[in-house]
Write a protein of this length. Structure first.
Length: 317
């Protein structure tokens, strides 16, 4: 079975709530929900997780995607898996017995303010996939391996040894020494690294010392041999750099009415992978990523609704 992209990452369950006034997250998820109730304009529940969201965007772009991951064997985990099945995603997700699925509450101000995200990590949350959990036959069949965070190090190194491109959406810089060491071993094997500008600066600082500017941090990471490094900056666009090149700015795509920017990064990541599969250069890939991220800001929730089946903006426009 030919696979364009093999995606690895855990599932979560998300509640996105558009509120008419800011609501400060409380100490637990349910207290936050109760505090938001008088101010709700709209609520949307759906599966989540960066890996799953990226897989959905890639499938909408016409790519053959397989997702390997974990969730708790609980109502949230089963619902998140069903959400992928309803979208036609080939999800090889292990539901861990006796474990719970992580939940996110996203409070989105109706006036366009910055969303507040509250993460509920149950005491017995489903752990990341263990080493060796990514099937070798899927690795061999995939044109690209995409990782959500740096947990599947073994799979990344195996894919890189076979000459298979590996992409990573880092999200945050690891602080534990063991996690940083795993990431350090993975970085030279990557083909695409994307993270927020804050995470790129933190990672470059931990590896090289100092507190570099985002452009210098991108260049420092690209100097490790990573062909594409992209630091996203939300409404300010992004900064990108190719290995051996100079960093350049990626201008944002204007959005007439921002509803919820939560899923913009996942859409941007999917567009980068899609463009790389097409053989595009990084500057073109980033233009496509900025367009996809802007489109993602026009709806509530981190992923398209099932009835929303249109693809990325046209590639040649």
């Amino acid at each position: 079975m030919a696979v364009d992209v093999l995606v690895v990452g855990n599932l979560v369950w998300e509640v996105a709530a558009r509120v008419t006034r800011p609501v400060a997250p409380a100490t637990d998820l349910w207290t936050s929900i109760r505090a938001a109730l008088p101010h709700l304009e709209r609520v949307r529940e759906d599966g989540g997780g960066s890996a799953a969201n990226t897989a959905i965007h890639l499938a909408r772009a016409g790519r053959r995607v397989v997702l390997v991951g974990r969730a708790g064997d609980d109502p949230a985990g089963r619902a998140a898996l069903q959400s992928l099945a309803r979208r036609g995603i080939d999800a090889r997700v292990a539901l861990a017995p006796g474990r719970a699925t992580k939940r996110n509450l996203i409070l989105v101000p109706a006036d366009g303010g910055e969303p507040r995200v509250q993460v509920d990590v149950p005491p017995r949350v489903a752990p990341p996939l263990p080493a060796g959990a990514v099937p070798a036959d899927l690795l061999a069949a995939a044109r690209v391996l995409h990782l959500d965070r740096a947990s599947a190090t073994e799979a990344a190194l195996a894919a890189a040894r076979d000459g298979r491109p590996v992409t990573l959406d880092l999200h945050t810089c690891p602080f534990r020494p063991a996690a940083l060491d795993r990431l350090r071993a993975m970085l030279p094997r990557l083909d695409v690294l994307m993270a927020s500008a804050a995470a790129v600066v933190a990672l470059a600082g931990r590896l090289r010392g100092g507190a570099p500017e985002p452009a210098d941090a991108c260049a420092a990471l690209a100097d490790l041999g990573i062909p594409w490094v992209v630091a996203t900056m939300g409404a300010a666009g992004a900064i990108a750099c190719v290995a051996g090149g100079r960093p350049f700015a990626v201008p944002p795509v204007p959005v007439a009415r921002v509803v919820d920017p939560t899923g913009a990064g996942d859409a941007f990541m999917a567009a980068l992978i899609d463009a790389r599969l097409d053989g595009a250069a990084l500057d073109e890939a980033c233009v496509r990523g900025a367009r996809a991220g802007a489109e993602a800001c026009t709806r509530l929730g981190a992923r398209p609704e099932i009835r929303d089946s249109h693809q990325f903006p046209p590639r040649n426009s």
